[in-house]
Design a protein around this ligand. Structure first.
Ligand code: ZN
Length: 148
């Protein structure tokens, strides 16, 4: 657990208490670096997942944001919301086994799924999330990845 004050990754638990319904654990933590004390609530859910972005910037996993990015990619592709939800649920299940995923891993996993589901959506998603230097790079990417 990162310290919310100095982002030091080493914090120790000084007190744990389960909520009445047993589904949440309240933990009192102390940062080993700056001695900042804070409380965390741990839920038995994927929603505690953290997405690590570049330069150690982290943010809380946001299902809506992921859904939006996929919806943009499948715009007018006649894909049902049900399928999209199913994709997200499966990905969450995969990521849920880890405590942290990188944003790169998120893109890669989404791309992998879209490649099987809808090639146009796949290409759109790739064009938004991978930084292509030029149209040539993009064309090469498509050629390489859509070869069957
Ligand atoms: Zn700290």
């Amino acid at each position: 657990m990162y310290c919310i004050n100095c982002w030091n990754p080493n914090t120790k638990v000084i007190d744990s208490r389960a909520s009445d319904d047993g589904k949440t654990i309240r933990r009192r933590r102390e940062c080993e670096n700056c001695r900042n004390r804070f409380t965390t609530f741990e839920k038995m859910e994927i929603m505690t997942l953290v997405v690590e972005k570049s330069w150690k910037r982290i943010e809380k996993y946001n299902r809506e944001k992921l859904e939006d990015s996929i919806l943009k990619a499948v715009n007018k592709r006649n894909m049902s919301v049900w399928i999209i939800n199913d994709i997200i649920r499966k990905l969450e299940f995969k990521w849920g086994s880890k405590w942290e995923v990188t944003s790169k891993q998120v893109w890669k996993d989404v791309l992998e799924v879209l490649a099987h589901v809808d090639e146009v959506a796949y290409i759109r998603y790739a064009s938004v999330h991978l930084n292509f230097e030029s149209a040539k790079d993009f064309a090469e990417f498509i050629q390489k990845n859509l070869e069957k």
